[in-house]
Design a protein. Structure first.
Length: 476
């Protein structure tokens, strides 16, 4: 992927042979078994750790006398993940998936060790930063690995497996983390994952040995002069990623201010994030231009609509409907099952369901589900209606999310997949984090948890984001 200093990553024109679909391989057959199980486990562990840490962090910060660092322990991971995505994408374009995958798993594991052994809150934050670097880059490296190891007809199924690995921790993560913390201590929520990550990487090794590095069709392997502009562009992208990460953190912190200061700080942080993220995405992504830009855009918009709504859903149920924490968790569990089922359906359909059709239908389901939750909240309908609406939303995510990745892989050459996958995950992370922060500002501006109107305002914002996703989905 070429790097245009004024516009960001652009796709080089390449000539690729026509792929004739052959018989589909079984994902647990001899050819794919190691890659499938290893990649599934790594994705599962990254997702589990995110949920588990959210469960135990109050105890962690209390034990380390660092309650004032609570938000930073999360924002440091988010900031580092964006940087990890960019760095891994550029690296994978040059050398393929193998070395970046080894490095990102190593960074993730090192962060777990540092956090698990941390004597104080400051060291814990350092560990969380390393976790973010590794986890953010790990996603990109695994996407590139899919493009190098799996044949095109098999990719939708393995991406469905990835989606399943992301949602399954929603069923067991919080409960298991609580049991571990209560029995052997919170440190083992971090330390216990290290060995499992190593075992998953070991399962991948046979597949990694069969992977060849990508060859750029326009590159001269004997011309060192071509490397210098690429390195400069890579450094520039890393700098922009750091600015985006800082702006997203600033957007989250703006909620701690009052009145006009909150609005001003939030507007400045959001503007900085938009300006800085633009060069990190394919040209015209922010305009949702047809093709690859719309695919990358719909990923960020879907993430923003879904995760910003999800952040307030348990809060809504507990405060406005007086349901227990366990019951509000059941709503999220049901949605997790809906996501998993839809992701498996799209995987089984494979190329019988075109990416364009999945990306047109998925956002409609997401937005319709959030709208149902909005109406139920505004009218005070039974919480079962909220649960059904949210399950519909999650099903739309399970249908569309894997197909955004598949569409990117199908529209880029092997040497471009690293930067393209990086752009996809950056859009996802920045879209979700920015939306959560913005609706947080709206919530505090409108009222408190005692005011139904505050929740209605939040859901109104996320429906608007979902409507943009519907528009983008029709342009893929």
């Amino acid at each position: 992927m070429d790097l245009d200093p004024g516009r960001g990553p652009s796709v080089s024109p390449v000539t690729t042979p026509t792929v004739v679909p052959g018989p589909r391989e079984h994902l647990l057959g001899a050819r794919y078994r190691g890659a499938t199980t290893g990649a599934f486990t790594l994705v599962f562990l990254a997702a589990f750790e995110a949920l588990a840490v959210a469960t135990v962090m109050p105890e962690v910060t209390a034990d380390l006398d660092g309650r004032q660092w609570y938000a930073v322990a999360f924002s440091a991971t988010l900031a580092a993940s964006v940087v990890g995505m960019v760095a891994t994408g550029a690296w994978a374009d040059r050398v393929g998936a193998v070395k970046p995958l080894l490095a990102t798993v190593g960074g993730f594991g090192a962060g777990l060790l540092v956090a698990g052994l941390a004597p104080g809150i400051e060291v814990l934050v350092v560990g969380r930063f390393l976790q973010g670097l590794g986890a953010g880059g790990l996603t990109v490296a695994l996407y590139v690995l899919v493009g190098q190891v799996f044949d095109p007809p098999d990719r939708p199924r393995v991406l469905g497996v990835f989606a399943l690995a992301w949602v399954l921790p929603g069923l067991v993560g919080p409960l298991l983390a609580g049991v571990v913390a209560d029995t052997v201590g919170w440190r083992w929520v971090f330390l216990g994952v290290v060995g499992l990550a190593g075992a998953a990487l070991a399962a991948l090794v046979p597949s990694l040995r069969r992977v060849d590095p990508p060859v750029r069709p326009d590159a001269d392997p004997h011309d060192d002069r071509a490397a210098t502009p690429a390195r400069r562009a890579g450094v520039r992208r890393l700098g922009l990623a750091a600015v985006v990460a800082a702006a997203v953190v600033g957007l989250n912190l703006a909620g701690s201010l009052d009145g006009a200061a909150r609005a001003a700080a939030g507007a400045v942080a959001l503007a900085v994030a938009v300006v800085a993220v633009r060069p990190l995405l394919p040209p015209a992504t922010l305009r949702l231009a047809r093709g690859l830009p719309a695919v990358v855009g719909v990923r960020g918009l879907l993430g923003g609509a879904f995760f910003a709504s999800e952040a307030y859903l348990p809060y809504l149920l507990q405060e406005q409907y007086a349901v227990s924490v366990a019951v509000s968790g059941l709503v999220l569990t049901a949605a997790t099952l809906g996501w998993a089922a839809a992701s498996q359906v799209q995987g089984r359909l494979g190329d019988r369901l075109a990416d364009e059709r999945a990306l047109a239908l998925g956002p409609v389901l997401v937005t319709s589900g959030i709208a149902a939750v909005l109406v139920a909240t505004a009218l005070g309908l039974h919480p079962l209606v909220i649960g059904l609406g949210w399950t519909l939303t999650a099903s739309g995510m399970g249908l569309a999310f894997p197909r955004t990745t598949n569409a990117v892989l199908a529209r880029t050459s092997p040497s471009e997949r690293g930067s393209a996958s990086s752009a996809l995950t950056i859009s996802d992370a920045v879209g979700a984090a920015s939306s959560v922060a913005v609706v947080g500002l709206v919530f505090t501006a409108v009222g408190t948890a005692a005011d139904r109107s505050a929740f209605v305002a939040v859901l109104g914002c996320t429906v608007a984001v979902g409507a943009l996703a519907v528009f983008a989905g029709r342009r893929t």
